[in-house]
Design a binder for this molecule. Structure first.
Ligand SMILES: [Cu+2]
Length: 173
């Protein structure tokens, strides 16, 4: 392979997205496997990291999910839905000062990262299963407007002393 790895990844992503091949990549039965190395639910060109689910102080309240997703692809994508394994329902929220509101979709430009972090964007996970316990893991699945999905592991944590969850308390969901 004479292509740089990152370029090869972009080319693979373009191929999978139906954007057209440049024709320089020789046909090979293994070429189509490269883009699936990170899992069957990996949207080409997107990189997710730092996933965690913070449990509520009071059982029965929603938990909060934080993560980072970076668009390494050549095309803009739009995050259109979220699902948390072990939660009956999940929703993207944006904190605005002392309150928060649900957001339906979130565009991510090529080269851009979107950070879901305390005080800003977050995913609320409602009606958490008792199986979701601190020290364990859960899974977040992002759905994009083109139907592609991206799953990532979440470290499940108790709310720590350093975690600012003050913005969760005033909001009626
Ligand atoms: Cu919220």
């Amino acid at each position: 392979m004479k292509l740089l790895p990152s370029l090869a990844l972009l080319l693979s992503a373009g191929l999978l997205a139906g954007l057209g091949a440049c024709g320089k990549e020789p046909d090979s039965p293994t070429a189509s496997n490269e883009a699936t190395l990170s899992g069957p639910d990996a949207k080409p060109g997107l990189v997710a990291s730092d996933g965690k689910l913070v449990l509520p102080v009071v059982a029965g309240r929603p938990g909060a999910v934080y993560f980072t997703v970076r668009n390494d692809g050549a095309e803009p994508v739009t995050l259109a839905g979220v699902h948390v394994d072990g939660a009956a329902k999940a929703q993207m929220h944006q904190t605005n000062g002392g309150s928060m509101s649900a957001i339906e979709s979130l565009p991510i430009d090529p080269g851009a990262s979107v950070v879901f972090a305390p005080g800003g964007l977050h995913v609320m996970a409602f009606d958490l299963s008792p199986k979701v316990q601190a020290g364990g893991t859960a899974e977040l699945t992002l759905t994009f407007s083109d139907g592609d999905k991206l799953s990532m592991p979440l470290q499940v944590e108790k709310m720590g002393a350093g975690t600012d969850m003050g913005d969760m308390e005033g909001m009626q969901h």
